[in-house]
Design a protein around this ligand. Structure first.
Ligand code: HEM
Length: 183
């Protein structure tokens, strides 16, 4: 997993819970590089899971909610770091429909070794979008937070639900449903 995900995670912990907590979870996670990540480096995604587990143990917050919270934070950071991806979409349906064929394609050009999930997108009705997440890394909670962050970014009123289809260790598949709410 790209270092930017690690540096953003540790910056979130530092800004929300302080430097001591960041140092504490780095020590507890017993990382090979003592938490020295660079944004362009590539690291084992299991190290992020270890940091999340350490933060969960230190705070008592379930790991899944921490990862979702990180997704919300990360989306807002992406809008600052990669403003170019945000110029063409007028709302979250349009933006989320672009991840697979545009955004993550550009991410792969920037970072050829990136390990990206697959999203299959459908529009069952004009006010609905469904997004099928699949990845061997099992970061559907991160995807959920990123989707929530996307909805918040566009200040939309959209109900988000998920159906967990499979998580057998080899691949996680989760179907997300988004329904626009009347204002
Ligand atoms: C400007 C928008 C976005 C950018 C720049 C971006 C970029 C990235 C980058 C750099 C990674 C790390 C790849 C690696 O570690 O090797 C990543 C992974 C990921 N992205 Fe995106 N992304 C964006 C939007 C989204 C959105 C909206 C979603 C959710 C619907 C999403 C879902 C994910 C997930 C879940 C992963 C973790 C890897 C996995 O699950 O296998 N991304 N993305």
């Amino acid at each position: 997993m790209k270092g930017i995900v690690f540096t953003e995670f540790l910056e979130m912990v530092e800004s929300q819970l302080g430097m001591e907590m960041a140092d504490r979870i780095i020590t507890a996670a017993a990382l090979p590089n003592d938490g020295a990540y660079t944004a362009v480096g590539t690291y084992d995604h299991a190290e992020l899971v270890r940091l999340v587990v350490a933060l969960s143990e230190a705070t008592g917050t379930p790991a899944a909610s921490l990862v979702r919270g990180f997704g919300v934070y990360l989306f807002q950071r992406f809008s600052q770091i990669y403003p170019g991806f945000f110029t063409s979409a007028s709302g979250s349906f349009e933006f989320l429909g672009h991840i697979e064929n545009h955004i993550h394609v550009e991410v792969r050009k920037l970072y050829p070794e990136a390990e990206l999930p697959t999203f299959f997108c459908e529009r069952p009705a004009p006010d609905q979008l469904s997004l099928l997440y699949s990845s061997p890394r099992g970061f559907a909670d991160l995807a959920e937070g990123l989707i929530q962050g996307c909805i918040a970014h566009f200040s939309e009123s959209i109900a988000l639900s998920r159906v967990d289809l499979a998580d057998d260790g080899a691949e996680q598949r989760v179907q997300f449903h988004l329904v626009q709410q009347p204002r």
